[in-house]
Design a protein around this ligand. Structure first.
Ligand code: ARG
Length: 267
């Protein structure tokens, strides 16, 4: 069972990257929403974010999301990158909800830190250093478990339906927290409860992140009313299926490691 789930997760991740890489080829119909598809703008079950609503949201060229941890460092998922070291192959697109906007800020990567010890199970975080700072707000990360509850917001340019195409416009949705014990009932030992936090409408499904949203933030308001990141889109069985919540990296678990890694990238 464990092996099955782990293999399944890897397959999903690889398929997502392969799919996104294909659809991001120059000249292809990348990030076009299909006007004949059902009118469910996605993340699955989401609605369009407005320009500037989530100003720290980043789209990464391998087909993942991310958030500005600093103006020159993007926090994303470990499964979105190939490893650590110098890397000039990634382009980050920031500052826009419309990926085709002429206002888009596009910056290349210079270095990547993939979570030390990442082996496909838990620890699904990575940092990408950008060639230059972008003049946009950053998203602070939770460094304790106080906000690992309530209703979260997720956003991304990923598929709006399971197996669907990547989106041109940023979509958002709200999903409720699902506790570890409940989430483990769905996923068994595939879940690493200390490293992962689950969210979704357990009974009915219908709202979730999906392929291409990986690496993007799951966030909520803190007690002062500011957005705070509590999760990183990681995996799930399908998208928005009843009984299968979305699984997110638990940011508070890794906050100290993220800070150290960011310092190693020169802040
Ligand atoms: N692994 C996927 C990606 O690479 C994210 C899947 C999220 N799935 C979910 N049901 N919440 O984009």
């Amino acid at each position: 069972m464990l092996t099955y789930f782990k293999a399944f997760r890897r397959t999903l991740a690889v398929a997502a990257v392969a799919l996104a890489a294909f659809s991001l080829q120059p000249g292809s119909a990348q990030a076009q929403s299909d006007p004949t598809a059902e009118p469910s703008p996605g993340v699955v079950g989401g609605t369009r974010a407005t320009q500037g609503e989530f100003p720290w949201m980043v789209r990464l060229s391998m087909g993942c999301g991310g958030a500005l941890y600093t103006q020159q460092i993007v926090l994303t998922a470990a499964h979105c990158v190939d490893g650590s070291g110098p890397n000039t192959s990634i382009t980050a697109t920031a500052g826009v909800v419309d990926l085709q906007s002429s206002q888009a800020v596009k910056v290349k990567s210079t270095q990547v830190v993939q979570a030390p010890g990442y082996d496909g199970s838990g620890k699904d975080w990575a940092l990408i250093k950008l060639a230059k700072p972008v003049n946009l707000p950053t998203l602070k990360i939770a460094d304790n478990t106080a906000y690992n509850n309530g209703t979260f917001t997720v956003a991304g340019w990923g598929a709006a339906t399971e197996g669907g195409s990547q989106q041109r416009y940023l979509l958002k949705a709200n999903v409720p927290y699902v506790d570890d014990a409940t989430c483990q009932k769905a996923y068994g030992s595939a879940l690493t409860p200390g490293d992962e936090i689950c969210a979704g409408y357990l009974a009915q499904g219908g709202v979730d992140t999906c392929q291409g949203d990986s690496g993007g933030p799951m966030f909520r308001k803190d007690n002062a009313g500011a957005w705070i990141q509590v999760g990183i889109v990681s995996w799930g069985e399908g998208c928005a299926r009843p009984g299968y919540p979305g699984v997110y990296s638990e940011v508070s678990t890794f906050a100290a490691n993220i800070r150290t890694a960011a310092a190693s990238l020169g802040g």
